[in-house]
Design a protein around this ligand. Structure first.
Ligand SMILES: O=C(O)[C@@H](CO)OP(=O)(O)O
Length: 249
C-alpha cells in the first residue's frame, strides 16, 4: 500500500479579505503561517515522512510546503514547483470580493461560480493586466495552454494529467510525496481520483492547512482518505470555507 499527503495552503491575504484569488500570487497571513506549521506538526506526530515535495508556482503554496518541511526537518529534500498545480483560474472574478459578488449577482450565481463542475467564471481578456500570458513566470508555457478562466472540470483535466504522468510514476517507485496546493486544485484531484458525483463535489470544501492523507492500493487507486487532526476543528474550518460570500454573515 502507498500513501500521499495533500495539503491546502494556510490562510492567504486574499482568503482573509474574502476575495477571489485563483492565480493571484498572494502571501500567507500570520494565521496561515501558523496553520502551515501546525500541518507539519500533525504530519510529524502521525509518523509520516517525505522523499519529495510538490507545490504550485504560487507563493502561498510554496511557503506552506516550506513551513511543513521545516517542521519535519526536511527542507533539504527535492521539491518541484509546477504551474499545473496552481489554483483553478478564476478569470475576471480574481480580486473581487465574494460578498460583493453575491450582492451583485445573487448567492445562487456565486455558488455556481464557486462550486459547480462545469460553469466557467467570466474570462479575462488576453491583454488584461491579470492575464498569465503577460507574466514572466509562465513565459515557457504555450499561450493556448494558459487559462483565462477555468471551470473545475478544466482544472480536473490539467491536475489529473499532472497526477497521472508526474506523480503516480514516483509513487510506484515508493517515493513518499507531499503535495502542497489549493482548495480547488485538491477538489479537482479528488474528483479525478474518485470520480465522485457532482453533489458530493459541490459540498466538498477543503480546509486550509489540514493534511489530507490518501491511502492507495498497489495500482495507485485510492483506498480511503482522511484528515489529520481533530474532527471538530476540521468541520469548523471546512464550514468557514463554504460560508465565504454569505450575504447574511
Ligand atoms: O478564491 C479562490 O481562489 C478559492 C480558494 O481560495 O476560493 P473558493 O473557495 O471560493 O473557490
Amino acid at each position: 500500500m502507498y500513501s500521499v499527503i495533500l495539503v491546502r495552503h494556510g490562510e492567504s491575504v486574499y482568503n482573509q479579505q474574502n476575495l477571489f484569488t485563483g492565480w493571484t500570487d498572494v502571501s500567507l497571513t500570520e494565521r496561515g503561517i501558523h496553520e502551515a506549521r501546525e500541518a507539519g506538526q500533525l504530519i510529524r506526530e502521525a509518523g509520516y515522512t517525505f522523499d519529495m515535495a510538490f507545490s504550485s508556482v504560487l507563493k502561498r503554496s510554496i511557503q506552506t510546503m516550506h513551513y511543513i518541511l521545516d517542521e519535519l526537518d526536511l527542507l533539504w529534500i527535492p521539491e518541484q514547483k509546477a504551474w499545473k498545480l496552481n489554483e483553478r483560474h478564476y478569470g475576471a472574478l480574481q480580486g473581487l470580493s465574494k460578498t460583493d459578488t453575491a450582492c451583485k449577482y445573487g448567492e445562487e450565481q456565486l455558488h455556481l461560480w464557486r462550486r459547480s463542475l462545469t460553469v466557467r467564471p467570466p474570462l479575462l481578456k488576453p491583454d488584461d493586466p491579470r492575464s498569465p500570458r503577460l507574466e514572466e513566470r509562465y513565459k515557457s508555457i504555450a499561450e493556448h495552454d494558459l487559462p483565462l478562466g477555468e471551470s473545475l472540470q478544466d482544472t480536473v483535466a490539467r491536475v489529473g494529467y499532472f497526477w497521472h504522468h508526474r506523480i503516480v510514476p514516483l509513487i510506484r517507485k515508493k517515493e513518499r510525496i507531499l503535495i502542497s496546493a489549493h482548495g480547488n486544485t485538491l477538489r479537482a484531484l479528488i474528483k479525478y481520483m474518485e470520480d465522485i458525483d457532482e453533489k458530493t463535489l459541490t459540498d466538498l470544501n477543503i480546509p486550509t492547512g489540514i493534511p489530507l492523507v490518501y491511502e492507495l492500493d498497489e495500482h495507485v487507486q485510492p483506498i480511503r482518505r482522511f484528515y489529520l487532526g481533530e474532527q471538530e476543528h476540521i468541520d469548523r474550518k471546512s464550514a468557514e470555507v463554504a460560508d465565504q460570500g454569505n450575504v447574511t454573515e
